[in-house]
Design a protein around this ligand. Structure first.
Ligand code: SF4
Length: 368
């Protein structure tokens, strides 16, 4: 495991020749642990409603200027089928924290995907939900859950992610532990370059990925949204503050590379936010610096433009066009599109060990 001091010094490193060593190390660890396949996950943004008021996010409840939508069951199913037609083995259902996406509705959708597309893995990213809901969705057939903790620094987290009226106890670390105990392949991640975030904070975030033993880790640069309080503050403080982590492509790539070093067997996406920062080479650089997953957006175009977490979101082209561009880029860097579900080796190893221990415990029990 890389020590905190070394992580910090890589985060501060800006000599391109030195950074080549970090990119090379991350890429060789990716190759050694996950091979050359790049897994494509079809992203479906099922609802843009949200009851929260995160200071950085365009979907925040108080953003009145945003037209909201919520997809129906048939529409979600059609997107999952489209993912299968394109040869994807995972569909990711993502939304704001939308209470109208209730337990029963989500459960029905999961069961139908499981029944109609049995080889499709189902990832949920629906925000903070109750243990009962998470357990029911897991029983219904959901495989994975993504919940980014955004920053491990408590005061910064509470500042950018204020608790909502009915919940003053938001604790994403606790929920991540619950997800793991429920048997989900568990994913999280952070924003890079949040105003007020220091290099030390970011080093702690990367170490937290390791101590949480995550299976999927998606991090991307903070992209300021002009209609949010944090976006307005960012504009006002453009001159920058000493010790502030930049929200640059290079810094986001450093986080991807160091994440690969700390969690060599996790699935790590080159996130859409990377591509939003640099449409030409965002995905490619992420994949060459430790990542092994891309999430093409399969949300119907009329909704996709409304899912404005941040402005200038990549992936507004048609599905075919998007797929061809991503597949071409993957071939161009000598890699290939994944031909299986691409479960995280970290998860497979953990669950195999748990099963083995379960079998051994059974053998040790006295026979009747
Ligand atoms: S970050 Fe998530 S929980 Fe916060 S406002 Fe945006 S969609 Fe809602």
């Amino acid at each position: 495991m890389m020590e905190r001091g070394e992580i910090l010094s890589w985060l501060r490193q800006d000599d391109p020749r030195e950074l080549e060593r970090l990119w090379g190390l991350a890429d060789s660890l990716r190759q050694e642990n996950l091979g050359d396949e790049v897994h494509l996950r079809g992203l479906v943004e099922v609802s843009s409603h949200c009851g929260r008021n995160c200071l950085y996010c365009g979907l925040r409840r108080n953003n009145d200027g945003l037209e909201r939508y919520r997809m129906g069951e048939e529409e979600i199913l059609a997107c999952a089928s489209r993912a299968a037609e394109l040869g994807y083995f995972t569909v990711v259902l993502q939304s704001g924290e939308d209470r109208a996406l209730d337990t029963g509705k989500v459960s029905r959708v999961i069961r139908r995907i499981r029944q109609e597309l049995p080889s499709m893995a189902i990832t949920l990213s629906l925000g903070e939900r109750s243990t009962e809901e998470l357990a029911l969705w897991r029983e219904s057939g959901a495989d994975r859950y993504l919940l980014r903790f955004e920053t491990s620094r408590r005061d910064l987290y509470r500042m950018i992610h204020p608790p909502s009226g009915d919940d003053s106890t938001s604790d994403r670390f606790r929920i991540l532990h619950q997800l793991r105990a429920l048997g989900y392949e568990t994913g999280s991640g952070v924003m890079v370059g949040i105003p007020g975030q220091s290099y030390s904070d970011l080093a702690d975030d990367i170490l937290a990925f390791g101590s949480l033993d995550l299976d999927m880790i998606g991090s991307g640069p903070y992209l300021p949204h002009p209609d949010t309080p944090l976006g307005r503050l960012y504009r006002a403080a453009r001159a920058g503050v000493a010790g502030q982590v930049p929200n640059s492509l290079e810094m986001a790539c450093k986080v991807i590379a160091l994440t690969r070093v700390v969690c060599p067997q996790a699935n790590i996406p080159a996130t859409t936010a990377l591509a939003a920062l640099d449409r030409e080479s965002g995905y490619r650089l992420g994949l060459q610096r430790g990542a092994n997953v891309v999430m093409p957006n399969l949300t119907p175009p009329r909704y996709r433009a409304l899912y404005q977490i941040y402005p200038g979101k990549a992936g507004l082209s048609g599905e075919e066009e998007q797929h061809a561009a991503v597949a071409g880029m993957i071939a161009g860097i000598g890699r290939r599109v994944g031909a299986s579900r691409g479960d995280s080796p970290n998860y497979l190893k953990r669950t195999a060990t748990a099963h083995k221990q379960g079998r051994e415990m059974k053998c040790l029990q006295p026979q009747a």
